[in-house]
Write a protein that binds this ligand. Structure first.
Ligand SMILES: Cc1cc2nc3c(=O)[nH]c(=O)nc-3n(C[C@H](O)[C@H](O)[C@H](O)COP(=O)(O)OP(=O)(O)OC[C@H]3O[C@@H](n4cnc5c(N)ncnc54)[C@H](O)[C@@H]3O)c2cc1C
Length: 296
């Protein structure tokens, strides 16, 4: 099936894009997480979302879920690793799965903090962002998972079923993990910050201040990857996608909204931009249809 709109990200930007696309009767697929967004979940109190003063992030998640459920919008839990512009449609990859859509709305949020030295250099040469997609490549090999959120624990467990040795390097507060609640006991936890991912042609080491570990692969599991690595050819400004006032990127049919499209980082701005992106994706589809009609 080729969807009208594929939306990548289930924070306020992606959800708002989804409800606006649905209202305009377009077929859509929305990629994201069950908890919608870690950044929503973590907010203790929100005072700047119109109509919801002093609401907690968790309560706002419930409101958002009620809204999308009432409109029959589902979230596909596939992590999208690459998006290719194919001319009149986009191919979205998640491991061996491919999804097709006429337009794409990027609502991936941003990962706070810099990439680790070597992370971007070795991307695709031993460094990956989706363990469930690439795990079969590391059967009987040694892997390290650098996890920025607790979902990374699941990915490490999954990898460990195939790999001969798995290291887990948590980059977040992890009292639960320290108690050994979620992680497979066979996985070795290194509670130190990695300073460099090293290699030659391919990755072969992760370096810490006083330690180096030999590895065949490294998975960096974070909320969102750099948009440039996600969509080849996408124009960016620093870590943000370059957009115009209509949320259009330099690639026809590809739109962006929310934190990934620039500051300020805010729920209501993300939701507003999600609406603009969806409306413009809809008119792009209508123009495509008109062109097809005129050509026939
Ligand atoms: C602790 C904290 C408190 C905050 N408090 C406030 C506040 O009070 N008021 C305010 O306005 N803002 C606040 N913010 C900022 C706010 O969280 C962000 O501006 C907002 O969440 C941005 O929404 P978004 O839709 O752009 O992206 P996000 O909310 O970051 O959502 C992006 C989603 O897309 C998913 N995703 C990313 N890449 C992929 C992929 N390749 N495939 C599938 N899914 C993917 C991510 O996992 C994530 O679920 C706070 C942030 C934090 C961290």
């Amino acid at each position: 099936m080729r969807y009208d709109i594929a939306i990548v990200g289930s924070g306020p930007g992606g959800l708002s894009a989804a409800i606006n696309a649905k209202i305009r009767n377009k077929s859509l697929i929305l990629f994201g997480n069950e908890n919608l967004s870690n950044k929503l979940e973590k907010a203790p109190e929100i005072n700047n979302y119109l109509g919801f003063n002093e609401i907690s992030g968790e309560d706002l998640i419930e409101k958002f879920k009620e809204h999308i459920n009432s409109m029959g919008i589902e979230i596909s839990k596939h992590k999208i690793t690459n998006i290719y512009a194919m001319g009149d449609y986009f191919a979205l990859m998640s491991g061996e799965n491919m999804f097709e859509a006429k337009t794409v709305i990027l609502a991936t949020g941003v990962q706070y903090g810099k990439a680790i030295k070597g992370e971007e250099e070795y991307l695709g040469r031993g460094v990956g962002y989706c363990a469930t997609c690439d795990a079969p490549l590391y059967k009987e090999k040694t892997v390290a998972v650098i996890g920025y959120n607790s979902e990374a624990e699941e990915e490490a467990n999954f990898l460990n079923e195939l790999a001969s040795k798995t290291y887990f390097i948590p980059m977040y507060k992890n009292e639960g993990l320290m108690r050994g609640n979620n992680l497979d006991e066979a996985i070795e936890v290194i509670n130190e910050r990695p300073i460099e991912i090293k290699g030659e042609t391919l990755v072969n080491q992760v370096a810490f201040k006083n330690l180096e570990i030999d590895v065949d692969g490294v998975f960096v599991i974070k909320d969102s990857a750099s948009p440039k690595t996600l969509v080849p050819g996408l124009e960016t400004e620093g870590s943000h996608v370059k957009v115009d006032i209509n949320m259009k990127t330099n690639i026809p049919g590809c739109f962006a909204c929310g934190d990934c499209a620039g500051k300020p980082y805010s729920y209501i701005k993300a939701a507003g931009q999600g609406q603009i992106a969806a409306i413009n994706a809809v008119s792009y589809i209508d123009q495509l249809k008109l062109k097809e009609k005129n050509n026939n």
